[in-house]
Design a protein around this ligand. Structure first.
Ligand SMILES: Nc1ncnc2c1ncn2[C@@H]1O[C@H](COP(=O)(O)OP(=O)(O)OP(=O)(O)O)[C@@H](O)[C@H]1O
Ligand SMILES: [Mg+2]
Length: 337
């Protein structure tokens, strides 16, 4: 008989104390931000770890859930040991472009970047990879500073969030684009003369690109390191989420990675079926979920690390997050068929 007897995320972290980075992956709206915040609450308030909860979501969902504005404000302490940062990735892209332009001006001793080059640099922000790169770069930078015991990255739903792993490639392409911009400068007729005899300076931009690439490579090594990084996939007991989880697991396997566990969220209590007052409408939903929970048990079994109930209201604010955290960590729900 298939059964789900998840031990909760607490048991996972007891067994894996060396984990430094946690990433919740999964489709939009299933509970990544809620799970990230719950785990951050537990790690900081119960385990006493200095914890950084990080997001780049332009919809500022951490601000929403913690009922406080973090967007673009740097690291904000919300509770003792718990810091939240919401990166403004668009601003980061703009700052990066401005710094490339400034470097070009300094290097060639010009007051204005030639228009063709300026347009070229500006056009890079239209690339989706640029936005993702800025996100990744910001994460890499925070981790490189080594100021926290645990980093929890609340990812927006890019594909599965699993794309993170393939990000190094995307980033290398972006770095190449900037490198191209750099060689365009060299080609530009009007300043070609200025370039003569200034070869030494030219390498400053290249060096910076290489530094970025190194930081990215180190970070990619870290997030693909099974002992230091844990990936959890959040799903709900519905068909599409199950299919998506199967795809994500296959993708992980093909990359030689291991998913640390699955979190089944938004589960209606099964005993609603035994209560006479339960409406037909709700009864149907509970039955549908029970059907898919059986499928989850059959397909994923012991990979399920936690089952989190559907709360009667949205988990928002520190008190509700604590309640959601206790469910995720202790996991009082076991389902046997
Ligand atoms: N167990 C739960 N019970 C009740 N409501 C929940 C539960 N989990 C999440 N929610 C609500 O569902 C919505 C989506 O959750 P959340 O923001 O955590 O998802 P997400 O995966 O981060 O979404 P996105 O992909 O858009 O970032 C939120 O309004 C949240 O409050
Ligand atoms: Mg979210």
């Amino acid at each position: 008989m298939p059964e789900l007897r998840p031990s909760g995320l607490g048991a996972y972290f007891d067994q894996h104390p060396e984990v430094e980075i946690v990433i919740f992956a999964g489709k939009g709206g299933l509970g990544k931000t809620t799970s990230s915040s719950s785990l951050a609450w537990y790690a900081s308030q119960v385990q006493g770890k200095r914890t950084l909860l990080f997001s780049t979501d332009p919809q500022a969902s951490l601000s929403d859930i913690w009922e406080q504005n973090f967007f673009g404000k740097g690291e904000v302490e919300v509770l003792p040991n718990l810091y939240v940062v919401e990166i403004d990735a668009d601003r980061r892209v703009a700052e990066y472009q401005a710094s490339v332009k400034q470097k070009i001006k300094d290097m060639y001793g010009i007051d204005e970047v030639p228009r063709e080059i300026e347009e070229y640099i500006d056009s890079t922000s239209a690339e989706p990879a640029m936005y993702e790169s800025a996100t990744y770069d910001a994460m890499a930078e925070l981790v490189a500073r080594k100021e926290y015991d645990l980093y929890i990255f609340d990812m927006p739903p890019f594909g599965h969030g699993v794309r993170m792993i393939a990000m190094a490639d995307i980033l290398s392409r972006w770095v190449e684009k900037i490198t191209e911009a750099r060689s365009k400068v060299a080609e530009y007729d009007a300043i070609a003369a200025t370039l003569k005899g200034e070869k030494g300076h030219d390498d400053a931009v290249l060096q910076e690109l290489l530094d970025i690439r190194n930081q990215i490579t180190n970070f990619t090594d870290l997030i693909t390191n099974r002992t230091r990084t844990a990936f959890f996939m959040v799903l709900i007991p519905e068909k599409m989420a199950i299919l998506d989880t199967e795809r994500a697991l296959a993708m992980f396997q093909s990359l030689g990675m291991e998913m640390s566990g699955l979190v089944v969220n938004q589960v209606y209590p099964a005993d609603l079926l035994d209560r006479p007052g339960t409406s037909e409408y709700l009864r149907n939903r509970v039955e549908m979920q029970q059907h898919y929970l059986k499928e989850i048990a059959r397909k994923f079994g012991s990979r399920v690390q936690a089952i989190v109930p559907m709360f009667t209201r949205e988990p928002k604010g520190a008190e509700m997050i604590e309640q959601a955290a206790r469910a995720l960590i202790e996991c009082p729900i076991a389902v046997a068929y």
